[in-house]
Design a protein around this ligand. Structure first.
Ligand SMILES: CC(C)(COP(=O)(O)OP(=O)(O)OC[C@H]1O[C@@H](n2cnc3c(N)ncnc32)[C@H](O)[C@@H]1OP(=O)(O)O)[C@@H](O)C(=O)NCCC(=O)NCCS
Length: 179
């Protein structure tokens, strides 16, 4: 899976990404809407290995997001098969995580928009979902900016997050070709 935009490149993970991606996953501010929060370097390496296996098996995955001008690892973004815990599945989901220095440059919007175009035109998909904690305002705003729609009737609790934790209530968004 290789996708180029004006400023960015989505491409398979490389060995040199492990350290910078581990730094991103060790930042509590970046991971504030994740449960569990920060990841160890070994856990980040496991995530990358899982993404590589997903890419080999399905031809798409959550992949590395690189800036073209300096080859900096901006973060990770891409498509993956959602877990069984997401209601109404099976689903293919879009996901993203960017290092803090790269926020608010329009990078996530640029890369995610191109990724959805890839889903429609190259992969022939007819729907991609996104989901996040109800309180994750940045990701919700990004999904809305991408034209994704949510229906409160589809809100769900992430059973992997303890009852009473504010990250447990989740919202589900759907993207379809042409809006
Ligand atoms: C969510 C995230 C990917 C946004 O990345 P980004 O590159 O900064 O986003 P962009 O600059 O492309 O912004 C696009 C739109 O998203 C929304 N947005 C992005 N950051 C926002 C913020 N902090 N608060 C509110 N809206 C935000 C806005 O609508 C924005 O459009 P605008 O700039 O015209 O207002 C980034 O904040 C991130 O990596 N967060 C941590 C990881 C995470 O929570 N991932 C999802 C877990 S389910």
């Amino acid at each position: 899976m290789q996708i180029e935009t004006e400023r960015l490149r989505l491409r398979p993970w490389q060995e040199r990404d492990v350290a910078p991606f581990a730094n991103i996953n060790a930042d509590p501010e970046v991971r504030r809407y994740y449960y569990p929060s920060i990841l160890t370097p070994a856990e980040t390496a496991d995530v990358i290995a899982e993404c590589d296996a997903h890419l080999r098996q399905h031809g798409f995955a959550f992949v590395a997001l690189e800036r073209k001008t300096d080859a900096a690892l901006v973060g990770g973004l891409g498509l993956s098969i959602a877990g069984d815990e997401i209601p109404g599945g099976p689903h293919i989901e879009i996901g993203w995580i960017l290092g803090r220095p790269y926020w608010r440059n329009g990078y996530a919007l640029e890369a995610a928009g191109a990724c959805l175009e890839h889903a429609w035109r190259r992969l022939g998909l007819t729907e991609v979902i996104g989901y996040t904690s109800r309180i994750n305002d940045p990701s919700r705003a990004l999904m809305e900016k991408l034209g994704m729609l949510s229906d409160p009737a589809e809100d769900f609790d992430d059973a992997t997050v303890p009852v009473g934790n504010p990250l447990r209530p989740h919202v589900l968004y759907r993207a379809r070709p042409n809006g």
